[in-house]
Ligand binder design. Structure first.
Ligand SMILES: C[S@@+](CC[C@H](N)C(=O)[O-])C[C@H]1O[C@@H](n2cnc3c(N)ncnc32)[C@H](O)[C@@H]1O
Length: 206
């Protein structure tokens, strides 16, 4: 099993509180996209503390699952009452059958993993989501719409985490990996957040 140790107990303890204000609107938008599509069977790949799942739960999505490899993240998910929803599994090779879900969420996770793993996670989402279902990605996006302060803050946060995480982030951004993973898929929607430094992309699975 792939291990993920750079989220300390302290970091995961403060994670939801620290991110609540900057990220709340993104969580709400993801929830709107899922409810608008009438998806009832949703997986959050690399769910972390399960914060996005809590929003989906409140929106009465019937069947929710979250997987992550970090014990500390999953501990927090359990404390939030998600012990039946979130469990430890490598998102790049899950146990789920083909076409099991109406939608998969990948939020702020692809940028931090090695390019091959990020690609495998995206392909895994494509495998377990039905044709016509949604692949919902939230991640950093730097272009002419990004305010320099947004770019600065995103880089600073990633640099603070450091190590492989920061190397993977730089590679992800410099090589526009998401565009290559999603080649040929229809973008149903794209919305910008955090001074243009992050985006929510909704792809229709084929
Ligand atoms: C920055 S956190 C984002 C968590 C959550 N998606 C959110 O939006 O708050 C990235 C998460 O990806 C998880 N992760 C990275 N690689 C993974 C993998 N191969 N399988 C499952 N989880 C993974 C990490 O453990 C971490 O919890």
């Amino acid at each position: 099993m792939l291990q993920h140790n750079h989220y300390s107990r302290f970091l995961t303890f403060i994670y939801d509180t620290a991110l609540h204000i900057p990220i709340r609107k993104i969580r709400q938008s993801v929830t709107r996209v899922i409810t608008h599509h009438k998806a009832q069977n949703v997986i959050d790949l690399c769910c972390g503390t399960g914060n996005q799942l809590l929003y989906l739960q409140k929106a009465n999505i019937q069947y929710l699952k979250g997987v992550d490899v970090s014990d500390n993240m999953l501990r927090q998910a359990k404390l939030s009452g998600l012990s039946d929803v979130c469990f430890k599994m490598d998102a790049s090779q899950t146990d789920f059958k083909d076409n099991s879900f109406d939608a998969a969420v990948m939020s702020f996770s692809l940028h931090e993993t090695h390019a091959d793993i990020a690609n495998a996670i995206f392909n895994e989402a494509r495998r377990i989501v039905k044709s016509g279902g949604l692949l919902v990605v939230v991640d950093y996006c730097f272009d002419e719409k990004t305010h320099f302060l947004g770019r600065f803050a995103a880089r600073a946060v990633e640099k603070m985490v450091g190590g492989d995480h920061y190397r993977n982030f730089k590679y992800f951004m410099n090589h526009d990996l998401l565009s290559s993973f999603s080649k040929g898929l229809k973008v149903a929607r794209c919305q910008r957040f955090l001074l243009g430094a992050a985006a929510l992309w909704v792809y229709e699975n084929r």
